[in-house]
Ligand binder design. Structure first.
Ligand code: GAL
Length: 414
């Protein structure tokens, strides 16, 4: 009995000693490698270090995170999961179902996440009632960015309809300016496509198509019109668009080579990192039509052994949802805080517009998850849609064929 008690006491003592002396460690897999993104992730690294943590960086270049997703899968399959990875949307639940995610409920509860996060965001971070991911921001996807001087010199305003966009683009082409800066990568095609789809189908139609996967909507005349508009836009990109990274497309708008880019507000992070000022050097507006497509970046922690790593996970989770961090990180990233209690006083006009539109669309039922950025569907379904979108954009496929292929691809993926 005595031995037993002694054993228990010394066990506790060892635990206390490790809890005090263990240095939190985190190996973090992410895909934030552009100028604005690197500045943002540096904020996190600094804060982690300031709190005694050791950060091992595992950046996997590739916008939209496809390459990072592949690298993550390889690591987990090899039994060597990183301590934390930037994953989001239904992929969080997919990983959870594989039994490889750590439960971060203790951190979430100690820091009242349920009270400071909007229910729509909190829902994405939960798995079977436990907390399985930590949100850092809300990116809006349905944005159009423009070079202010180029628009002014050509007597063009920010388009409020797709017809207006097309007219402006024709005018710019005639003036020798590339109307649309675009990078021909599947996820960028999907980004433009979902913004066009939201505008043409409207919020309800978007929901039916990309959340409910409703066949009638996927094959409707309106969806044909969406592909028609994509075909028109194919004519507004330059001949070197294939494979171009999104931040290089943003640079084309910055330097006046191109007038517009349709991209989420991580593009704003690039403009800001280059010292450009919204409303002066560049302009932002939501793409034509109603609604708001949200994209919430988050970190999930993987089951790992070792006190240091587990403490690193707890520290990382606590920091990323912290009030001050959410302000500083998002000022660099182009997004707005996920928390509702962060002051927007230091934010620019595009961020203020985003927050205002998000609140209004939440009220009006038009706050919608981005399919292109992995918030609406599981990987098999979103991948099936993107394959058709990109095949159509890069060939002479008719819009009618595209909608039929879309419905077939979805049916095969279910
Ligand atoms: C998005 C992600 C952003 C940004 C962008 C470009 O999917 O949410 O944080 O990294 O891709 O890579």
């Amino acid at each position: 009995m005595n031995t037993h008690v002694t054993g228990a006491v010394s066990g506790l003592a060892i635990f206390a000693a490790t809890a005090v002396f263990a240095e939190p460690q985190a190996e973090v897999l992410h895909y934030w490698t552009s100028g604005g993104e690197a500045k943002s992730v540096a904020v996190l690294q600094e804060e982690f270090a300031a709190n005694g943590g050791t950060w091992t960086d595992m950046p996997v270049a590739g916008g939209g995170g496809d390459a990072a997703g592949t690298a993550l899968r390889a690591r987990v399959l090899a039994g060597n999961a990183p301590t934390a990875a930037q994953i989001k949307g239904p992929a969080i639940q997919e990983w959870y179902e594989e039994g490889v995610l750590a439960d971060i409920s203790a951190v979430a509860e100690a820091n009242n996440w349920a009270d400071v996060l909007p229910a729509s965001i909190a829902g994405h971070m939960q798995c079977d009632g436990t907390w399985c991911a930590a949100p850092v921001n809300v990116h809006r996807v349905d944005w159009i960015w423009a070079n202010a001087d180029v628009l002014e010199a050509n007597g063009i305003g920010m388009p409020t309809s797709w017809a207006e966009f097309n007219t402006a683009a024709e005018k710019l082409m005639a003036a020798g300016i590339i109307p649309l800066a675009h990078g021909g990568q599947a996820w960028q095609d999907a980004t433009v496509f979902e913004a066009v789809a939201l505008g043409i189908l409207g919020p309800d139609g978007y929901h039916k198509a990309f959340v409910e996967l409703d066949t009638d909507t996927l094959t409707s005349d309106e969806m044909v019109a969406v592909f028609d508009q994509m075909r028109v836009m194919r004519g507004f990109v330059d001949s070197n668009f294939s494979g171009r990274d999104w931040n290089l497309a943003t640079a084309m708008v910055m330097n006046g080579e191109a007038a517009f880019q349709i991209m989420g507000d991580w593009a704003k992070g690039e403009f800001m990192a280059a010292g450009q000022v919204p409303g002066e050097d560049f302009l932002c507006a939501s793409t034509p039509g109603d609604g708001f497509l949200y994209n919430v970046d988050s970190f999930a922690m993987f089951e790992v052994s070792g006190e240091e790593k587990q403490q690193g996970q707890a520290l990382l989770a606590e920091l990323v949802v912290g009030q001050k961090f959410q302000e500083v990180f998002n000022l660099n990233k182009g997004s707005i805080p996920a928390r509702t209690d962060v002051s927007l006083d230091a934010f620019d006009s595009c961020a203020i517009l985003s927050a205002k539109d998000m609140a209004a669309s939440n009220e009006g039922g038009s706050l919608l998850p981005s399919y292109a950025h992995g918030m609406a569907l599981r990987g098999a379904q979103s991948g099936a849609i993107t394959d058709v979108v990109t095949a159509h954009f890069n060939s002479d496929m008719s819009s009618e064929d595209a909608v039929q292929q879309l419905a077939a691809a979805i049916a095969n993926s279910l």
